[in-house]
Write a protein that binds this ligand. Structure first.
Ligand SMILES: Cc1cc2nc3c(=O)[nH]c(=O)nc-3n(C[C@H](O)[C@H](O)[C@H](O)COP(=O)(O)OP(=O)(O)OC[C@H]3O[C@@H](n4cnc5c(N)ncnc54)[C@H](O)[C@@H]3O)c2cc1C
Length: 446
C-alpha cells in the first residue's frame, strides 16, 4: 500500500525548516547573492537548530534521520535560497562516504565531532580537467609505507573554502582508471592543503565554491575512506543516495518561482483585466504546478528507496534530471508571466533562474543521468510484453476464424522487415507489402 502522509515528526521537521527558511534564509539571500558571498552564520544556525547532518546515525550521536527527511528540509530551505540550501546539504554529501565507509575507527573519530559541533565537510571528486568522468581522476595518491602522499587539484568544491574536513577522491595511477581510485578524509589544517580563490558564478552565489590544491599532503592510513579499487564504487554509492536531494532543491526553487508568478497574475492587469483571467496564463500555472508535484513525487520515491535499503541509483537519477529540467522550465515560465519585470533584479525570478540552472550540472549532469538511466533500460529492464517478432498482430481474422485455422494446423508467418502477418501453411514467395523474399518470414503462434 502506498501512503504519502508524513509522520507527525516529519511534518514537524518540515515546519522547522520552513520557519528557518522564512526567518533566517530569505532576509539575507539577495544581499549575499549580490555580495557573492556565503552567510556562514546562517549555516551555523541551521546546525544549531538541527537542520544539518541529520543523516548521521544515532550510534555516532547523530539524529539518524533518512533521505526523506533531508528532502523535506532541503525543499523548504531551497524555496528561500537554493545556494544556501546547497551549502547546508553539502555537509551530508561530504559525510556520506564516511557513513558508507568500512573504516570503523574513522567513523568513530569524525562522525561524533561533526554531529556535536559546527564542523563543515566538503566532497571533492571534480578536478579542473574532469567532472563527469570520475574514472579520469588525476589527483595522485602515492603510497608511502602505510600512508599516502597526495598531490593534485580539486575544482568546483562547494564549501571548500570554509570546510574543516574534506572528503577527497584520488588515484594511485590515472592509467588504471576505476581500479586506482581511492578516497581519504583530510583536515583543512594539514600541511600542504591549499585553498583557491572563491570562483565567481552565474548563480548560487550564496554558496562557497573553490579549488583545492594538495602539495605533498601526507594522509595517514587511519584516514583512508576507501582503499585503491574501492573509491569509485564509494563515489557512485554516495551519488545514488544524495542525488535525490538535488531533486528536492529543484522542487523548492520551482515551488517559489510558481508561487511568486501566481501572486503576480492576481495583481498585474492587461487589456482591462487581471492577467490570471487569460487562459494562456492559467495553463502556464497548471503546468508549473504539475511539474512541482511530479518532481516531488519522484524525489520522495528515490529518497524512500534509499531509506528502505533498496538500490536508489536509477530513481535518484530520474528524480535529479526530471526535477532539474522541470524547475528550469518553471522558472522560465515564471519569468514570462512577470513580463519585463521578470527580467529585472527588482523581483526574485532572475535569481531563482540563475540558481536553478546549476541543478542540471552538479552531482552529474543531465546528460550523465540519461546515460545511467538508458544503460538501465537497455541492460536491466525486464519487459512484460512478448518480443515484437512473436506478436501475431492479426488484424484480418476474427477470433473464431483463428480458432478454426489453429485446429486445421495453419500457421502465421510474420515478415521480419515490414511486420506483415500471413496466415497459411507456408509463407508467401514474396512479401506482398515490402517485396522481401520468403526467407524474411518467421513462424509465429497463431
Ligand atoms: C557551482 C558548482 C558546484 C560544484 N560542487 C562540486 C562539489 O562540491 N564537489 C565536486 O566534486 N564537484 C562539484 N562540482 C562539479 C560538478 O559536479 C561538475 O561540474 C559536473 O560533474 C560536470 O563536470 P564538468 O564541469 O567537468 O563537465 P564535463 O565533464 O567536462 O562535461 C562537459 C559537457 O559534456 C557533457 N558530457 C560529458 N561526458 C559525456 C558523455 N559521455 N555523453 C554525453 N555528454 C557528456 C556533459 O554533460 C557536459 O554537458 C560543482 C560544479 C559547480 C558548477
Amino acid at each position: 500500500m502506498l501512503d504519502f502522509t508524513l509522520t507527525p515528526e516529519q511534518e514537524q521537521i518540515r515546519q522547522t525548516a520552513r520557519r528557518f527558511a522564512l526567518r533566517d534564509v530569505l532576509p539575507v539571500a539577495w544581499r549575499y547573492d549580490e555580495k557573492d558571498d556565503i552567510p556562514l552564520f546562517v549555516l551555523k544556525k541551521a546546525f544549531e537548530i538541527g537542520l544539518m547532518n541529520t543523516d548521521i546515525p544515532v550510534q555516532y550521536n547523530g539524529k539518524g534521520l533518512g533521505m526523506l527527511e533531508s528532502a523535506l528540509m532541503t525543499e523548504e530551505i531551497a524555496a528561500a535560497c537554493p545556494g544556501i540550501a546547497t551549502s547546508v546539504f553539502d555537509n551530508s554529501l561530504g559525510l556520506e562516504p564516511l557513513v558508507l565507509s568500512d573504516n570503523q575507527e574513522l567513523k568513530d573519530k569524525y562522525l561524533p565531532r561533526i554531529a556535536g559541533s559546527f564542523k563543515l565537510i566538503c566532497f571533492a571528486t571534480s578536478e579542473p580537467t574532469m567532472g563527469s568522468d570520475v574514472s579520469g581522476i588525476r589527483c595522485l595518491a602515492k603510497p608511502d609505507g602505510d600512508d599516502f602522499i597526495l598531490n593534485g587539484t580539486k575544482f568546483w568544491i562547494t564549501n571548500g573554502g570554509i570546510a574543516d574536513y574534506m572528503t577527497v577522491f584520488a588515484t594511485i595511477d590515472p592509467k588504471t582508471k576505476h581500479e586506482g581510485i581511492c578516497a581519504f578524509l583530510l583536515e583543512k589544517e594539514w600541511d600542504g592543503v591549499k585553498i583557491g580563490r572563491h570562483i565567481p558564478k552565474l548563480g548560487q552565489r550564496c554558496s562557497n565554491t573553490v579549488g583545492l590544491h594538495f602539495d605533498n599532503v601526507r594522509v595517514p592510513k587511519e584516514n583512508v575512506l576507501a582503499p585503491p579499487g574501492k573509491g569509485f564504487v564509494l563515489a557512485m554509492q554516495t551519488f545514488g543516495r544524495t542525488r535525490s536531494i538535488i531533486g528536492a532543491l529543484a522542487v523548492g526553487a520551482a515551488r517559489s518561482a510558481m508561487e511568486y508568478a501566481l501572486e503576480y497574475t492576481r495583481k498585474r492587469r492587461a487589456f482591462g483585466m487581471k492577467i490570471h483571467n487569460f487562459q494562456a496564463i492559467q495553463f502556464k500555472l497548471a503546468e508549473m504546478y504539475q511539474k512541482v508535484e511530479t518532481s516531488r513525487l519522484l524525489t520522495w520515491k528515490a529518497a524512500h528507496e534509499a531509506d528502505s535499503g533498496q538500490d536508489p541509483t536509477i530513481s535518484a537519477s530520474i528524480a535529479k534530471f526530471y526535477a532539474s529540467e522541470a524547475a528550469a522550465e518553471v522558472a522560465d515560465d515564471a519569468l514570462q508571466i512577470f513580463g519585463g519585470y521578470g527580467y529585472t533584479r527588482f523581483f526574485p525570478i532572475e535569481k531563482l533562474l540563475r540558481d536553478i540552472r546549476l541543478f542540471k550540472i552538479y552531482e552529474g549532469t543531465s546528460e550523465i543521468q540519461r546515460i545511467i538511466v538508458s544503460g538501465h533500460v537497455l541492460s536491466n529492464y525486464q519487459p512484460v510484453m512478448p518480443p515484437l517478432d512473436e506478436l501475431p498482430l492479426n488484424r484480418e481474422l476474427d477470433p473464431d476464424q483463428v480458432q478454426a485455422l489453429r485446429k486445421k494446423g495453419a500457421f502465421a508467418w510474420r515478415c521480419r522487415i515490414c511486420g506483415h502477418v500471413h496466415v497459411s501453411e507456408a509463407p508467401p514467395e514474396v512479401c506482398p507489402y515490402c517485396f522481401f523474399p520468403q526467407s524474411a518470414f518467421n513462424r509465429v503462434d497463431l
